[in-house]
Design a protein around this ligand. Sequence first.
Ligand code: SAM
Length: 259
Amino acid sequence: MTTDPATHHFSKDGSSTLYSNQFGQYYHNPNGAVSESKHVFFEIPKVPSALIEDRSSLIFFEIGFGTGLNFLLLLDLFLTNEVQTEVHFYSVEAFPVSLDMANSFNFGDFLTQPELQQIIPDIFSNLNPGTNNFIPIPNKNIHLHLFQGYFDELENIDHKADFIFHDAFSPEVNAELWSVECFQKLVSISAPVVVLSTYCAASKARASMAKAGWKVARAPGALGKREMTLTSLDESKLSGYKRINESRLIERFDSGDFE
Ligand SMILES: C[S@@+](CC[C@H](N)C(=O)[O-])C[C@H]1O[C@@H](n2cnc3c(N)ncnc32)[C@H](O)[C@@H]1O
């Protein structure tokens, strides 16, 4: 019997996505799951160039592991570019999909190395509540640390993220992942030069970010969406993107505009 929190669909670029019956939303833009992930989490925050910079390690933190697509795209880039940097990918997922569901994804068709697709069912078949550490490719320096549980339950985090993939459902249905408290917690687990990206362009979400101390910018959205959001603790990381007036957003937040 399946206990899946979602049903499988194909998005318009042909790649798998899920529809969450619980949250009433798709996991990705229905116009293209892979296309959206590449744009929002890789191209706009400039992950490919960071991977080939001369540095000893890179740390990623994701909110919402979902189908595992973002990790799979990162793994594909890592192997294809023969990246030498040690990579750690931390993610959190409260409602993991079943092994059957993980076996149904077609993400391999969109990878340079299609055989990597098998890693997703392997992960889900070995997942337990709490922290799970995986080295998906033996002898390769890319590590997955997947916390099965709620973001709020994560504690004693001692790593500092260089990139955050904020990939929750929208603020209307997943409010706890867009609160000031959530973005304050993200500050505490971030390196000073962190870059956080999200598909979301809602003023309410941006106000929570600003209130928690993030510098906020707008970037072109994926697949015809006008905007997405890019934030950092270091404004120089946002150069080239149009900045949002954080003081104005904070004023609006404090006067109750977003309640
Ligand atoms: C938009 S989907 C994630 C998409 C995912 N990154 C992917 O590529 O498939 C949001 C995910 O966040 C998870 N989620 C929602 N609320 C959560 C919470 N409070 N803590 C942890 N995970 C949560 C959902 O179960 C879902 O998998």
